[in-house]
Design a protein around this ligand. Structure first.
Ligand code: DHB
Ligand code: FE
Length: 279
C-alpha cells in the first residue's frame, strides 16, 4: 500500500526563481533563506519519496478569472512549467505525472464528496515549480512523480480553511488506499503573511505567522476556525495561501513530529515559512 512519509510546507515567492536563475544563493540577501533547506535535503535523503502530492495555488497561468475551479487535480502524464508574467525563464524540466494514481485519487475524492476538476492537461506555475526546485536543487532530472492539486486562492469565494483541511484528510485516506508500494511526500506551498497590492502592500504579521506555525503542528483544527476574511485581515490578502498549508497538514493525520522549521522575513514581500513534518 502507498503511505505518506511526511510533508513540507514552504513559501513560493517568484523572486526565489530569479535568485536560482542568476545563481544568487550565496548572496547576503539569499544565503540564510536557501541554507534553511539543507535539513530538508537531509530529510528527503532519509525518507526517499517516489511521489509528491503538491497543494499549490495557480496564479493565473492554467486557470484565469473566466474559469477557476475551487479544487483541481492533475491527471496528466507530464506537467510543464510556465511563467504567468514574472519574467522567469523556462528553467525547469517537465514534471512527471502518474495518471493511474491521479484517477485513483479523483475517484476517491469524488466518492468522499469533493467534486474536483480533473485536468488531463495542466501547466504549473511558480507556486508548484519553485518549491520543487528548493527541495531538489541539483537534480539533473526530477527524482519523483508529481500530482498537482490546485486550490483557488485567487478569485473569491475561496474554499474555507476547514474545507481545505478536510480535503487534505481525504487525500490522505486516498493515498493509503492506493494498492502500490509508494512512498508519498506532501508539499504545501504559499504564505505565510503577505499582501502584494493595495494600501497594505508589504504587510507582514510575524506574531500571527508564528502562532500559525505552532498551531499547524500541534492543533491544526484551531486554524480551521478562521474565516478567510479573518485570515486576510491577520495575514494580508495573499496570506490566505495558508490554505495550502492546512491541506498538506490534513493529509498527515492527528499527531505529527516536527522535523524542521524556519521563519525568514522578508523574501520579497513575503514572510517565508518552512516546516517539515512527519506523521
Ligand atoms: C510574492 C509572493 C507570492 O506568494 C506570489 O505568488 C507572488 C509574489 C512576493 O512576495 O513577491
Ligand atoms: Fe503566491
Amino acid at each position: 500500500m502507498a503511505h505518506v512519509v511526511g510533508a513540507v510546507t514552504t513559501a513560493h515567492v517568484p523572486a526565489i526563481g530569479n535568485a536560482i536563475a542568476k545563481g544568487l544563493q550565496n548572496e547576503p540577501y539569499w544565503k540564510t533563506f536557501f541554507d534553511g533547506f539543507a535539513p530538508v535535503h537531509t530529510w528527503l535523503e532519509r525518507v526517499r519519496p517516489d511521489m509528491v502530492v503538491v497543494f499549490y495555488n495557480d496564479h493565473g497561468l492554467n486557470f484565469f478569472l473566466d474559469k477557476l475551479p475551487t479544487f483541481a487535480v492533475g491527471a496528466a502524464g507530464e506537467y510543464r512549467y510556465g511563467d504567468e508574467g514574472w519574467g522567469l525563464p523556462e528553467m525547469f524540466a517537465p514534471f512527471m505525472g502518474d495518471p493511474a494514481f491521479s484517477w485513483h485519487l479523483t475517484e476517491a475524492l469524488v466518492r468522499d464528496e469533493f467534486d474536483v476538476t480533473t485536468c488531463q492537461e495542466m501547466l504549473v506555475d511558480h507556486a508548484f515549480a519553485l518549491p520543487m526546485s528548493l527541495l531538489w536543487p541539483n537534480a539533473a532530472a526530477w527524482p519523483v512523480k508529481t500530482i498537482p492539486i490546485s486550490i483557488n486562492t485567487v478569485q473569491h469565494p475561496l474554499p474555507s480553511a476547514k474545507r481545505c483541511f478536510a480535503l487534505g484528510r481525504a487525500v490522505g485516506r486516498a493515498i493509503q488506499a492506493f494498492p502500490a508500494d509508494l512512498r508519498v511526500a506532501i508539499l504545501g506551498t504559499g504564505g505565510l503573511s503577505h499582501q502584494l497590492d493595495g494600501t497594505r502592500a508589504g504587510f507582514i504579521n510575524k506574531e500571527f505567522d508564528l502562532m500559525c506555525m505552532e498551531k499547524i503542528v500541534y492543533d491544526p483544527v484551531a486554524l480551521t476556525r478562521f474565516s478567510n476574511l479573518e485570515l486576510i485581515e491577520q495575514a494580508g490578502s495573499q496570506g490566505v495561501e495558508l490554505l495550502m498549508w492546512l491541506a498538506a497538514r490534513g493529509v498527515l493525520g492527528d499527531s505529527v513530529t516536527k522535523v524542521h522549521s524556519r521563519y525568514h522575513i522578508p523574501i520579497s514581500n513575503t514572510a517565508a515559512g518552512l516546516l517539515v513534518l512527519e506523521p
